[in-house]
Design a protein around this ligand. Sequence first.
Ligand SMILES: Nc1nc2c(ncn2[C@@H]2O[C@H](COP(=O)(O)OP(=O)(O)O)[C@@H](O)[C@H]2O)c(=O)[nH]1
Ligand SMILES: [Mg+2]
Length: 303
Amino acid sequence: MSKCKGCGITLQSLDSSKVGYTPKEGSKLCERCFKITNYNYHEKESKTIDNNQIIKGINHKKCATMFLCDILNLNSNMMEIYDVINEPKVLVITKSDMIPKNIKLETLEKNIKRIYNVENLLFVSSLNGYGKRTVWDYLDKFGKVLFAGPTSSGKSSLINYLFDTDLTVSNYKNTTQEFISLKVGGYEVIDAPGFNEDYLNDNVKQKGYINPKTVIVKKGYSLSIGNVEIYANKDLNVTLFFPKNILPITRKVKKTFETKVDLQNQSDLVISNLGFIYFKDSTTLHISNSGYIDVRESIVGVK
Ligand SMILES: Nc1nc2c(ncn2[C@@H]2O[C@H](COP(=O)(O)OP(=O)(O)O)[C@@H](O)[C@H]2O)c(=O)[nH]1
Ligand SMILES: [Mg+2]
């Protein structure tokens, strides 16, 4: 059976409710990829592969791996996955065009390497080409390279940018549904399905810069972002790093909060797949819905 050129799924024309469906036999794209590419829309459930299966698949390929993450989906879950991927590997921070201009990449690099114990790190943007030379160097060194990382981190976009290929790209999660091996320009490149987390905000647009926003939340008020609500027993002065369309809400504290966390100064409260809140000062935080959060030494703090 042939595979979809956009997402790697095995094509079939028998059951329109199942993955890989195409109404036209002999088509190169599944209906889902066709709709995403032409209308930026699809209504079908994507095939999701369990993270452990993807890790197995990656390690089975036994080749150099670029692990792509943007600064909003960089978190301890993803770095635990990074840690179990076979060497050689490099952490690639994608969408560098989104990184606020007032944050020095050298500071970010130093912090990320220290906090997550990473040896090799690159920054890249498929939008403006930043860092492409370092990616080509890596490709030249290994010849065969696999592109892994969380869903929507820009794996397929980077391959398309480098090799002028037509992999399907979208803001929907799990756009790439299978491993896709391509032989292009003397290289062997493997695109991989993305890793998922339990909580994933589908279709969060991450276009343009993240505009870091410093907010003061008065004592007695809480700050709510996505599904997470936080509150401290004092005035809070924090900086928010989220896509522009994620709007913080403040409101009077009315309910009880399930979790209490002590944050050191210069910490980030990471809200999985949405972004992070930077705390310059140490704080005791009360958090509701803590399943999707993670605290770390700040990646944007200056030591
Ligand atoms: N700003 C910006 N957006 C990007 C970049 N690369 C990818 N994207 C966007 O991120 C979303 C996910 O990209 P995709 O390549 O499908 O991610 P994948 O799931 O990792 O293959 C798409 O909406 C892309 O347009 C980049 O370098 N900069
Ligand atoms: Mg993809």
